[in-house]
Write a protein that binds this ligand. Structure first.
Ligand code: ZN
Length: 100
């Protein structure tokens, strides 16, 4: 779970999940109210994860010869499991780091 870099308290899952959905801008720490930003590495990791997910879905479509319905179900399952596990990997920073 993400840890506030100001008060060093862990953020609750729900807060981390919201943080994942809105990557840009600051989010206030639920404990101390200090603004926190997602680190550059976290943003890069989530970008690569999206790439891996797309690859898995395309690869499955080609190799397993899935029907459109099965593929859509697979895409939803992969997307949901990625969204549910990602908040645990979020790291926070006191400063907004430019991506490049
Ligand atoms: Zn805090």
């Amino acid at each position: 779970m993400p840890v506030c870099q100001n008060c060093h308290q862990k953020w609750p899952y729900s807060k981390a999940f919201k943080r994942i959905m809105w990557f840009n801008g600051a989010m206030e720490c639920p404990h101390c109210g200090e603004k926190q930003y997602v680190t550059k590495n976290t943003r890069k990791r989530s970008a690569s994860l999206s790439g891996v997910i797309s690859f898995i879905i395309i690869f499955s479509a080609l190799i397993l010869d899935l029907s459109f319905t099965s593929l859509a179900i697979l895409a939803v399952i992969v997307f949901i499991s990625a969204s549910l596990t990602m908040p645990a990997g979020v790291r926070l920073s006191n400063n907004d780091e430019p991506l490049w």
